[in-house]
Design a protein around this ligand. Structure first.
Ligand SMILES: Nc1ncnc2c1ncn2[C@@H]1O[C@H](COP(=O)(O)OP(=O)(O)OP(=O)(O)O)[C@@H](O)[C@H]1O
Ligand SMILES: Nc1nc2c(ncn2[C@@H]2O[C@H](COP(=O)(O)O)[C@@H](O)[C@H]2O)c(=O)[nH]1
Length: 205
């Protein structure tokens, strides 16, 4: 499970898209439910499942969410069932969730989780990116910038922290993290066990 978090506008959705487009990585996105209104660029079932507050409460109260949080005045959560199906196929899952959700997933899934926090190079650039994106009205941008400092204060709970100045460079750092994490001994154990057994049973001549 690979988690990307950042203050709004630092670039995690852009980087998520780049990671998903990289066929060699073969990552699957965890599609969250949210009570936020859909942006014009977003598609139901691709970016989010857009649901009502009542539907959200019903999912939350029936333990159908692995984690959930209130962010910028809206509710967001990760549905457990599709996630379990993806993990059951042995696939790696990418999460675009906030620090509260990251903490809950870490508590529940522990060593199966790798978390990455994306920082903007400056607060001025963060504002500029939100304005250039032109997806949210000024009052929503103001709220997101106001929340950014609290979100950034949680950077140290993450396994990795990247400063997203140059997009391509940040993407390459992400690729390096995924490649390295996949090579960790505990993640290779099943396949390696059989390989080592075969190796030790070879006569060696
Ligand atoms: N390294 C970068 N340099 C310049 N612009 C960038 C960079 N990374 C992302 N952007 C741009 O910044 C804007 C915000 O990026 P993005 O939507 O990915 O942010 P986000 O962290 O997912 O925000 P949110 O949490 O609000 O969804 C987009 O217009 C994106 O194209
Ligand atoms: N804890 C969770 N946070 C989530 C989830 N899905 C998205 N998010 C985070 O919310 C903010 C705002 O997202 P936006 O799409 O409205 O810009 C951002 O930090 C996301 O990472 C979730 O399922 N759980």
């Amino acid at each position: 499970m690979l988690i990307l978090s950042s203050p709004s506008g630092a670039g995690k959705t852009t980087l998520t898209r780049m990671l998903l487009q990289s066929k060699a990585l073969d990552l699957t996105l965890s599609i969250s439910v949210t009570t936020r209104a859909r942006r014009s660029s977003e598609v139901e079932g691709i970016h989010y499942h857009f649901i009502s507050r009542k539907q959200f409460e019903s999912l939350r109260d029936t333990d159908a969410l692995l984690e959930w949080a209130e962010v910028h005045g809206n509710f967001y959560g990760t549905p457990s069932e599709p996630l379990e199906a993806i993990l059951g196929q042995g696939r790696d899952v990418l999460f675009d969730i906030d620090y509260q959700g990251a903490r809950q997933v870490k508590q529940k899934a522990g060593t199966d989780v790798v978390s990455i926090f994306i920082l903007p190079p400056t607060m001025r650039e963060l504002r500029a990116r939100l304005e250039r994106r032109a997806e949210d009205p000024p009052e929503i941008i103001a709220k997101r910038l106001e929340n950014a400092r609290t979100e950034i204060s949680h950077w140290a709970q993450y396994d990795y922290v990247l400063i997203n100045d140059d997009l391509q460079r940040t993407f390459e750092d992400l690729l390096a993290i995924v490649t390295t994490e996949r090579l960790r001994t505990p993640r290779l154990k099943e396949g390696l066990g059989a390989f080592v057994e075969g190796l030790l049973n070879e006569p060696g001549e």
